[in-house]
Ligand binder design. Structure first.
Ligand code: DAT
Ligand code: MG
Length: 151
């Protein structure tokens, strides 16, 4: 169960606003393990595949344009219920519905500038990880503190 992985990305607005450290800090402090990280300015073609499930939505073109507008910090975090807990830590898609204490609820106010991405299911997480990272970019490092985070 501690092997579950999720794809978390800090979107261009999160990077521009200096929230990279804050977002990484929250996942680290919670006990999740960082196993991949890179800064990348994604192409619109890459983002169209990432968001393929939304291709018929009216906001799809502006979503892809915004996501391609600057560097993204792409990450893979591993741990118990990483996908579900990652979504809870991010907050609701619309920041106006995100609880205080969540990343979106603390740092954003509009859906189209909600600063972070998190996979919504284990299968989409694995698809997204494979889309953003080569296998050799994901580290299987052993974390010595794990026995103090998991019993
Ligand atoms: P999430 O990012 O919470 O998984 P999603 O997958 O439904 O949400 O949508 C992906 C992104 O698209 C979302 O983070 C922001 C944008 N988006 C979603 N719904 C939108 C809407 N109604 N208007 C504008 N942008 C929207
Ligand atoms: Mg989504």
């Amino acid at each position: 169960p501690q092997e579950e992985r999720t794809f978390i990305a800090i979107k261009p607005d999160g990077v521009q606003r200096g929230l990279v450290g804050e977002i990484i800090k929250r996942f680290e402090q919670r006990g999740f393990k960082l196993i991949a990280l890179k800064m990348v300015t994604a192409s619109q073609d890459h983002l169209k595949v990432h968001y393929q499930d939304l291709k018929d939505k009216p906001f799809f073109p502006s979503l892809v344009e915004y996501m391609a507008s600057g560097p993204i910090v792409a990450m893979v975090w591993q741990g118990l219920e990483a996908v579900k807990q990652g979504r809870i830590m991010l907050g609701a898609t619309n920041p106006l519905a995100s609880n205080p204490g969540t990343i979106r609820g603390d740092f954003s106010i509009q859906t189209g500038r909600n600063i972070c991405h998190g996979s919504d299911a284990v299968d989409s997480a694995e698809r997204e990880i494979a889309h953003w990272f080569k296998p050799e970019e994901v580290s299987g490092w052993k974390r010595t503190v794990d026995s103090w985070i998991y019993e």
